[in-house]
Design a protein around this ligand. Structure first.
Ligand SMILES: Cc1cc2nc3c(=O)[nH]c(=O)nc-3n(C[C@H](O)[C@H](O)[C@H](O)COP(=O)(O)O)c2cc1C
Length: 601
């Protein structure tokens, strides 16, 4: 129990150990000084534009460096050094190094990202009178440096804290700071004459500026969005979101609660605009409905262009593979994941053409995957269990997989994507899809089960039988979507369900790929019927269960080319169609604006 004195005293009383007399508590700062602290934290900006040529006086620079030097450090090792660079020639050489790395980075960006990046300024090395390199000596203080012994990275963290101090002090002095990380660290270290045991932690461009932006430039340009602070705060353990003093929130329940119907005013405005556009009414067919839904989702007409776009390929293995439902060995799942990450799969080729990014999410591949850029490790288990013998996964696992899918959507939207696409990889996942589709739509297994990658008559008969046995065993209740997902899996279906929910909650369109996405979307629709409004059916797969799923959700496929590959290929092919639908609503003139006569009624 906290004991407080009622007597006003200059020192506030704090809680002592239980039963002990209260001890005085040190004062915080007076309100206006506290405000100044929070103000400098809120108004610190990474500055890249609007630098003035005015020199930075030595005393000001000295104060800022002294503030940096007061940073906390592991074991009080103070591993930083500050290299102050003003020479024009040296800055020109450093700028050339950054330019090279910038070009390398730009060359690897997909369509809309590359165009957006082109508009961004990522360094001001020559625009600022002073550059400061902050280094880290990971050996300083010797072997027994307290804390670094167990966590060597804490040396780097300490130097970063010095940067933070410098950045804040600079803001208070009216100095802009821009951090440049477009370097090969060793190249830069050589240019700065660093001994080999020193690392460059930060390269900062410092100078007076005409103004500080209200928001990060990457936010105002739409490159990325600020994540709400509540996403980052967990109570007691990771995953249990809770703001201090408030109840913990169930993340999935929160996502579902955020899913609302289309904005009716934006829908009406989009319909009206379609009817006034310089074309016969209705002549864009299904694309008119796509554009109207995009507007209703965004809550504005015209809607923003659905770009940048990112396809998330959710991968998982299936215990039902043991039933001989496919001729492909299970290892192919992991091998194809490696292929996606190396850029060698069909989805990579299509995504390159459409200007979309490919991200791979390991939801439950039955192999250890090396950490590489582009892979999100979200493994719930090493493959599901065989659903003919028991549930494919536990309810907790199904719930965790759905939540993980929603988080992936959230993260990709925060990273600046305005259109999400589903992809999948999982040998035997058409069998699980058929079972899920039967469970949600009450379809006959003989109608919903397809030939997947291409199977002979005997395998097909076995596959239908497997689906029948699964349904008979689990007696799924479509009103319990988590139970249905747990019964049949896979991890990638559950994640796709969450991905759809996450996109719908953030009112970002999600283009569905084929039968696996259809089965996952059915689960999402059962959890939140309005989520379907955020879904666009990329294509109709050759798998018969897919059409059943789409009909059930009232979705019309945009492409029908007999594809049966998965990976996200059909969704990516439809991306330009969805983008064109938005583009038409944005760019096409109306009869009035273009002075074109409308048809006589
Ligand atoms: C470790 C680190 C490296 C960064 N590298 C760059 C960079 O190379 N180029 C750039 O323009 N901004 C860089 N930034 C700035 C970030 O883009 C910026 O901090 C972020 O968008 C948030 O904006 P704010 O600092 O104005 O709040 C870097 C920031 C940090 C913390």
């Amino acid at each position: 129990m906290t004991t407080r004195t009622t007597k006003p005293t200059p020192m506030r009383e704090g809680a002592g150990p239980q039963g002990a007399a209260p001890r005085p508590r040190a004062e915080g700062y007076p309100a206006e000084q506290r405000e100044a602290i929070y103000r400098v934290i809120a108004e610190r900006r990474d500055v890249r534009r609007g630098f003035l040529p005015d020199p930075v006086p030595d005393d000001v620079l000295g104060r800022v460096l002294a503030a940096a030097h007061q940073a906390p450090s592991v074991g009080f090792s103070q591993p930083w050094d500050f290299i102050v660079i003003t020479e024009q020639g040296r800055r020109e050489r450093v700028a050339a190094l950054a330019r090279q790395r910038r070009d390398d980075y730009a060359a690897g960006l997909p369509g809309a990202r590359a165009r957006a990046f082109d508009q961004l300024k990522i360094e001001s090395i020559l625009d600022t009178p002073v550059n400061i390199a902050v280094t880290c000596d990971r050996t300083r203080g010797g072997r027994h440096t307290l804390g670094r012994h167990t966590q060597p990275r804490t040396a780097d963290f300490s130097s970063v804290l010095a940067v933070a101090n410098l950045w804040l002090a600079a803001r208070a002095e009216g100095l802009g700071v821009g951090w440049v990380s477009f370097f090969d660290e060793r190249e830069l270290a050589a240019e700065l004459g660093l001994p080999s045991h020193l690392e460059v932690v930060a390269y900062l461009c410092v100078g007076y500026v005409s103004e500080f932006g209200q928001e990060p430039e990457l936010a105002t340009s739409g490159w990325a969005r600020r994540r709400p602070v509540t996403w980052a705060v967990h109570s007691q353990e990771y995953g249990r979101r809770g703001w201090p003093g408030e109840e913990t929130v169930d993340q999935l329940a929160e996502v579902i609660a955020a899913i609302k119907p289309l904005d009716s005013a934006a829908v009406a405005a989009a319909r009206e605009r379609q009817d006034k556009m310089t074309k016969p009414r209705g002549s864009l067919g299904e694309l008119e409905d796509v554009s109207v839904r995009l507007a209703g989702l965004a809550g504005e007409c015209p809607p923003p262009l659905p770009e940048p776009a990112c396809v998330a390929v959710f991968a998982g293995d299936h215990g039902v593979h043991a039933q001989g439902v496919t001729p492909w060995p299970q290892e192919v799942t992991a091998q194809m994941v490696a292929n996606f990450l190396a850029g060698g799969a069909v989805v990579n080729a299509f995504a390159a053409q459409a200007g979309a990014e490919v991200t791979v999410v390991d939801m439950g591949v039955a192999a250890d995957l090396d950490p590489v850029p582009g892979l999100l490790p979200r493994k719930i288990g090493r493959g599901t269990a065989d659903f003919t013998a028991g549930p494919a996964m536990t309810r907790d696992q199904a719930y965790a997989a759905v939540t993980a899918g929603a988080e992936v959507a959230r993260d990709l939207v925060a990273a600046g994507n305005r259109c999400l696409l589903t992809g999948d990889m999982g040998i035997a996942n058409t069998t699980a899809s058929a079972a899920l589709i039967c469970a949600f739509t009450a379809a006959d297994p003989a109608d919903a089960t397809g030939r997947g990658t291409g199977i002979d008559a005997a395998t097909y008969a076995r596959k239908v039988d497997v689906v029948c046995r699964g349904l008979a065993r689990h007696q799924p209740d479509p009103a319990d979507p988590i139970g249905v997902l747990a019964a049949f899996g896979g991890f990638e279906h559950a994640a796709i369900a969450g991905f759809v929910l996450g996109a719908a909650a953030l009112r970002v369109p999600v283009i569905l790929d084929g039968v696996i996405a259809g089965a996952g979307a059915l689960a999402a629709a059962a959890l939140a019927p309005d989520a379907v409004q955020a879904c666009f059916a990329g294509h109709r797969s050759a798998e018969p269960g897919h059409a059943i799923a789409l009909d059930f959700m009232g979705l019309r496929p945009l492409v029908d080319l007999g594809l049966r590959l998965g990976e996200g290929t059909g969704a990516v092919l439809a991306l330009p169609l969805v983008q064109s639908a938005a583009r038409a609503l944005r760019d096409v003139a109306t009869f009035d604006s273009a002075g074109v006569a409308d048809k006589h009624d």
